[in-house]
Design a protein around this ligand. Structure first.
Ligand SMILES: NC(=O)c1ccc[n+]([C@@H]2O[C@H](COP(=O)([O-])OP(=O)(O)OC[C@H]3O[C@@H](n4cnc5c(N)ncnc54)[C@H](OP(=O)(O)O)[C@@H]3O)[C@@H](O)[C@H]2O)c1
Length: 269
């Protein structure tokens, strides 16, 4: 049977997934979305992508086989109110919210998939971790896999890994942006024009990412290949080592993972 997908929540991540689905050949008639109150946002999505939009959540549910819950964690409970899931499966991208919590919002055996994409989904380059809840089947997981493949790579993981995923790939793009900020500032401190430094830093990060992906080589090997003893790169790497670069990254991932757990606890989910 041809699947129809309904979005509850129509913000940034929903838009990225809609874009990915359409690029992957999904029919506009098979996608419908709703949000809470911003009618102009729904009109923008309809004009830009040609999918169906409605103010009526029940209509989204009625017209879909799969629901994608794309609301902020604090809005999950409200967004799930009055949804009769029946045989539909529900994919949640809400950060930190467990499948068990979502299952508990329904009577019976709700088929729930949890997914953690990242912001690079906007350009089709996310990496999305997915897992299934207690009542979802392999078919539900496979279908989620296909959906998130349209916005990048997908990893099927245990739900217990999701806080670590949040700390690494969920928040990771921001760490790279931060590193880019530092590279640009360092370039300026060393006499470069800011725009020039920005262009150099951006392409350096992009080129390194493409090298990693296309060669499939271990990053430490790639690093060693370009680090000759006594050379300039070696001097730079030694400065990173002596200022505790790796420990700083460990701390960032740890703290973001810890915050993910804390946020879940705060909303009892
Ligand atoms: N952005 C990312 O890259 C990313 C990555 C991974 C995970 N996530 C997760 O994805 C979720 C959404 O993030 P986002 O960045 O897309 O947020 P967003 O842009 O703020 O969008 C949230 C959407 O939820 C709607 N909404 C709120 N309450 C609702 C309700 N009761 N019923 C129906 N719709 C409701 C909002 O509608 P109104 O605008 O009308 O209020 C809005 O369309 C979050 O849980 C986040 O953790 C996002």
């Amino acid at each position: 049977m041809k699947k129809k997908i309904g979005f509850i929540g129509c913000g940034n991540i929903a838009e990225a997934i809609i874009k990915g689905l359409l690029n992957a050949g999904f029919d506009t008639n098979d996608i419908i979305a709703t949000n809470k109150e911003k009618i102009e946002r729904l009109e923008y999505i309809k004009d830009r992508y040609g999918i169906n939009v409605t103010r009526n959540k029940s209509e989204v549910v009625e017209r879909s086989n799969i629901l994608i819950l794309a609301v902020k964690p604090k809005d999950v409970q409200d967004a799930l109110k009055d949804i009769n899931l029946e045989d539909r499966s529900l994919i949640s991208v809400a950060a930190g919210i467990t499948t068990a919590y979502i299952e508990s919002q329904f009577d019976g055996r709700a088929k729930v998939i949890r997914a953690m994409p990242n912001t690079s989904s906007m350009v089709g380059e996310s990496v999305t971790a997915i897992c299934k809840g207690k009542f979802a089947g392999d078919d539900d997981l496979r279908y989620a896999y296909d959906i998130f493949s349209s916005i990048g790579e997908v990893a099927v993981l245990d739900e217990d890994d999701f806080d670590a995923v949040t700390g690494l790939s969920g928040s990771g793009p921001a760490y790279v942006y931060y590193m880019m900020e530092a590279l640009v500032e360092a370039g300026v401190k060393n006499g470069l024009d800011e725009e020039v430094a920005r262009g150099l830093a951006r392409q350096t990060i992009f080129g390194a990412a493409v090298m990693l992906k296309e060669t499939g080589e271990d990053p430490s090997q790639l690093r060693l290949k370009v680090t000759s003893p006594g050379g300039t790169t070696m001097a730079g790497i030694m400065a990173l080592e002596s200022s505790g670069f790796k420990e700083t990254i460990y701390n960032a991932v740890y703290e973001a993972s810890r915050r993910s757990k804390e946020m879940r606890k705060n909303i009892g989910a």
